[in-house]
Structures are given as structure tokens and as C-alpha cells.
Design a protein around this ligand. Structure first.
Ligand SMILES: [Zn+2]
Ligand SMILES: [Zn+2]
Length: 396
């Protein structure tokens, strides 16, 4: 059956590439994916998909649709559909036609791969031992209002017993498929801190309380959390992203320093440890420098944790479909994904499909204005989606 699925996907390769180029030319940023949504829904309707639901999070973005028989389990396949606010600097015929909008993370590839899988599944519909739900999810890049959370809140996972998602990866050699059981991509937290002292004359520090001293001490002390408090067997990053003083004059001691930054972790215990240590260290340094702290710690995205059983199935399907030499265990990835919201509700697995090739100039980093994907592997991504769904239902 997997061979058959791959053959059908190959038949649609031209359409998959064409669709990807259409979305690449016409990108829409997070929560603005109205035309993208319309086009996906139209295709799914033509293919005979059922329960087509359009619009999530109070918007017109996002599509969810089903295929298969109601007897048996329901497995979900996810593609994110949003672009980034960035100008496309590539010199290709399918370059973005919009200002400040570009598919610089490959979500156009995900959308076209899942639409390719939709066609494959429509052809093998009578052989599915259950239902497949396609999740065309908006706003993965949004950060504050993640599309995955909106789909979960909108009931998109009702009745679903597993979710599988693929991300194309330019740092991974084209055609390789990388999986990992357990923690896979990091949780992303953002923090903001205002240190308030007492402004004064730069020549008379005794009359002021200098928040810069507290900020400088914090710059070093916060790094002791990873080096001295988190176990060396765990992974974490604490970064300061910005620092701004309330005045910028050579002879003024400023009243305030504002700082912000991010924290990346893979396990809840480590995340709790980092937040608690930050609160304690900030409090301690403020005590000894006489400053006041206003500290906000925001847990933006949870870690993406892959279910062991689902990942094992993903791995074995990938080995049969793509060849064992192409399938490798991924190292931990410090990036974050809102796919993590699905994993909190049902067992799920997220994996990478390599699309990086120097000779095709598809090895630029994600989120860069030169980002592109090697389109020759997209039909394999489509096949992987469909093959996983068929295999999951056959086993269930
Ligand atoms: Zn991205
Ligand atoms: Zn992405």
C-alpha cells in the first residue's frame, strides 16, 4: 500500500509544485490567510471532503475537513499556512508579489504537501480503515495568539486520537527525514523587566539609586541559572534580548532600565526552575542595589513533545517509504512550534523533512529573505502524510 501511495503522490508532483508556487507568490501573514483559506477549502470541496469548517479564532483563516469512514478512529494531519512579515529577496519566477509578506519558513510547502496528500487520500478513500482529518492551521508564527490553540479551542481535535505534522527544514539535507521521540522542540518563554531606581546627576551618585548597576549585575547573574542551577544533563537557554535606559544623556543617572529576553527549555521542571531562579535573583539584586523590579514572565509556547508510539510508527513508515538511509534521529531543536498545543491534547508526532541543497540555493536559514525549498522532495512529504494516516488507521 505504501508503494501505491508514493506512486499516486508522484503522479501529483507537478500540481504540488504549482500549488506551492501559487502560495509562495501570494503569501498571507498570521491571521490574514483569507485567500489561502478560500483556495484550500475550494480544493477540498472538489475532492469530496466532508465537514469542511472554515475560520478559526474569530477570523476567516484556517480549514479543517474530513475524509473516510465514520467507523474506526480519526487521525489528524497538520499543515500551517501562514507567511512572515518580510520582503522576499530571491530572484525566482515565483517570488512573493507582496510587500512585507513572504513564505520564509516553508509553510507554503506544508500547505501544498497536505493538499497533495488530500488528493492521494481521496483516491484511496475506500481503503481507509477510519477517518482522516486535515488541519490547515493559520498563524503558527503569531506568537501571542497561536493558530494551533485556536484550532484546539474550536473543537478541531474532537474525536481525534493522533496528530502528525511535518516541517520542511533548510538546515537538513534535502530528502532526509528526521524524527525524535520525547522532547523535540523547545518551549519558548518571554520575559520583561523594569528596574526602577532614582534618577540623579551623573556627578552626584550618592543622591541617586542607579538601576544600571542592577541591570549589569543581572546580566551576569542570570547566566548562572543555566550553568549552576539547571542540571548539565538538561538543556536551557536564558537570553537578554533588549536593554533600554529611561534617559540617554552622559551626565544623567537614569530613573529606569527596561530589559526583555527569552528562555528556552524542554521540560516543565526545568522551565519552573528557571522562572523561580530568575525571580529570586532579580529580587536579591534589587534588594542589594535598592532598586524596585516589575517582572513579567510569559510562557508563550510549550515544548513540542513527541509521543513514543506515534513517533515509532512515523519512523517505520518513513523507512519503508523513503528508504532507511534517509531516516535519521534528530538532535534536540531549540526552535519552538505551536504544534506543541496538539501534543498537550492527544498523542502526536512532529518531524522534519530536509529541503536544503546548496546547488539549488535552498539552504538559506528559515525566516531569512532568501529562504527557499527544494521542491523535488515535496511529493515525498505528501506521500508521508497520506502513508502515515493510512498506516495509523490500518493498525488501530
Ligand atoms: Zn517559522
Ligand atoms: Zn515554521
Amino acid at each position: 500500500m505504501l508503494e501505491k501511495i508514493k506512486t499516486i503522490a508522484k503522479k501529483y508532483e507537478g500540481e504540488i509544485i504549482e500549488t506551492r508556487r501559487h502560495f509562495h507568490k501570494n503569501p498571507e501573514t498570521s491571521w490574514n490567510e483569507v485567500e489561502t483559506t478560500r483556495r484550500i477549502a475550494e480544493e477540498l470541496e472538489k475532492l469530496g471532503y466532508e465537514n469542511i469548517k472554515v475560520g478559526f479564532g474569530g477570523t476567516q483563516s484556517g480549514v479543517v475537513a474530513d475524509i473516510g469512514t465514520k467507523a474506526g478512529k480519526c487521525v489528524a494531519l497538520r499543515a500551517d499556512i501562514d507567511a512572515l512579515p518580510l520582503n522576499d529577496e530571491k530572484d525566482v519566477p515565483y517570488k512573493s508579489q507582496k510587500e512585507n509578506a513572504m513564505h520564509a519558513c516553508g509553510h507554503d510547502a506544508h500547505t501544498s504537501m497536505l493538499l497533495g496528500a488530500a488528493k492521494v487520500l481521496a483516491e484511496i478513500k475506500s481503503e481507509l480503515k477510519g477517518r482522516v482529518r486535515l488541519l490547515f492551521q493559520p498563524a503558527e508564527e503569531h506568537g501571542i495568539k497561536p493558530g494551533a490553540q485556536a484550532l484546539v479551542d474550536g473543537g478541531a481535535l474532537e474525536g481525534v486520537s493522533a496528530v502528525f505534522g511535518i516541517h520542511v527544514m533548510s538546515p537538513v539535507p534535502s530528502g532526509e527525514f528526521h524524527y525524535r521521540a520525547g522532547p523535540f522542540m523547545a518551549a519558548a518563554d518571554a520575559w520583561e523587566l523594569t528596574l526602577t531606581g532614582k534618577g540623579g546627576h551623573g556627578s552626584m551618585p550618592e543622591g541617586a539609586i542607579d538601576p544600571i548597576i542592577a541591570a549589569f549585575q543581572l546580566g551576569g547573574a542570570l547566566q548562572t541559572i543555566v550553568s549552576r542551577e539547571v542540571s548539565p544533563k538538561d538543556t536551557a537557554v536564558v537570553s537578554i534580548g533588549g536593554m533600554r535606559t529611561s534617559s540617554h544623556v552622559f551626565n544623567i543617572i537614569p530613573e529606569r532600565v527596561e530589559m526583555n529576553g527569552s528562555v528556552r527549555t524542554f521540560r516543565g521542571e526545568v522551565q519552573d526552575c528557571v522562572e523561580a531562579a530568575m525571580r529570586r535573583i532579580i529580587g536579591g539584586i534589587c534588594d542589594c542595589t535598592r532598586c524596585k523590579a516589575d517582572f513579567k514572565y510569559n510562557r508563550v509556547l510549550p515544548a513540542t513533545v513527541n509521543d513514543a508510539g506515534i513517533t515509532e510508527l512515523v519512523k517505520s513508515v518513513a523507512e519503508s517509504l523513503l528508504g532507511a538511509d534517509k531516516v535519521k534521529e534528530s538532535p534536540l531543536n531549540m526552535g519552538s512550534e505551536d504544534f506543541s498545543h496538539y501534543g498537550r491534547v492527544v498523542p502526536s508526532a512532529f518531524a522534519f523533512l530536509g529541503t536544503g541543497r546548496a546547488d539549488k540555493k535552498t539552504d538559506a536559514p528559515h525566516h531569512s529573505p532568501k529562504f527557499d525549498v527544494d521542491e523535488s522532495v515535496l511529493f515525498e512529504g505528501a506521500a508521508m502524510y497520506a502513508a502515515f494516516a493510512w498506516s495509523y488507521l490500518a493498525k488501530a
